[in-house]
Design a protein around this ligand. Structure first.
Ligand code: SF4
Length: 232
């Protein structure tokens, strides 16, 4: 397990908590709009060892309340993830796990062992367009459905979120998402931001008014769905 990034403080990533965010290397998807290219391709340098991370977290007890574990895709190395999460929890922190939901058994295991306190799972797009939006042409969509079903069974607080990208998403996708995750706890539409380091260039963001059209579609089955982080 390679720790390639650390955001020392965030008020945004872990709902209701002051947190740090740890970035792990590697991913089983190749979402063309991904802006963590170096992490996904495994070319990012290791920033620190697990021991060094734990030293940092030990010092920040009383200031930070939670740790977000993100990627890349954290579930790729289940045993290392479990050990990392257990050691962070032993310091008194709560854990938020970010995932693309493609490894439902790892997700369940983390939740059932109480090694995650909150899960944020990506819904890349509607089911028919998943190969395109995930960059995984041989995708087995049942894995995503299984993770959705598990989270919606209510074991743990969670959110679903979709980064909405012009050229990848259309109204039909949100009609399908509304069917797929209807009745879920929380769902956010997030605007795409071109950081200049995306896997495939040429994508752009929808305007706020266009996102609101998609929002209205999903609000038919998820009335509390929101647009997040779009201030344009
Ligand atoms: S956006 Fe896609 S490719 Fe990038 S880290 Fe997330 S799941 Fe992996």
């Amino acid at each position: 397990m390679k720790i390639c990034g650390l955001q020392k403080t965030t008020l945004l990533d872990f709902p209701g908590k002051v947190a740090a965010t740890v970035f792990l290397s590697g991913c089983n998807f190749r979402c063309p709009f991904c802006h963590n290219t170096d992490l996904v391709m495994g070319s990012a340098e290791e920033l620190m060892t697990t021991e060094e991370l734990l030293v940092f977290l030990r010092k920040r007890r009383g200031v930070l309340e939670g740790v977000c574990i993100t990627g890349g895709e954290p579930t790729l190395q289940p045993e290392a993830l479990e050990e990392l999460a257990a050691r962070i929890k032993a310091l008194g922190y709560e854990i938020k796990l970010d995932t693309n939901g493609y490894r439902p058994k790892v997700l369940k295991n983390m939740c059932e062992k109480k090694l995650a306190d909150y899960v944020a799972m990506d819904i890349k797009t509607g089911r028919d367009h998943y190969p395109l939006a995930s960059g995984k042409t041989d995708i087995f969509i049942e894995n995503i459905t299984e993770s959705i079903g598990y989270l919606m069974s209510g074991t743990i607080p969670y959110e679903f979120r979709t980064t909405v990208v012009r050229g990848l998403h259309n109204a039909e996708d949100f009609e399908d998402i509304a069917q797929w995750i209807g009745g879920c706890q929380r769902y956010f539409l997030q605007g795409f931001v071109d950081s200049g380091n995306v896997l495939k260039s040429g994508f752009s963001a929808f305007k706020r008014a266009e996102l609101e059209v998609f929002l209205k579609i999903v609000q038919k089955t998820i009335p509390q769905a929101e647009i997040r982080g779009v201030d344009y």
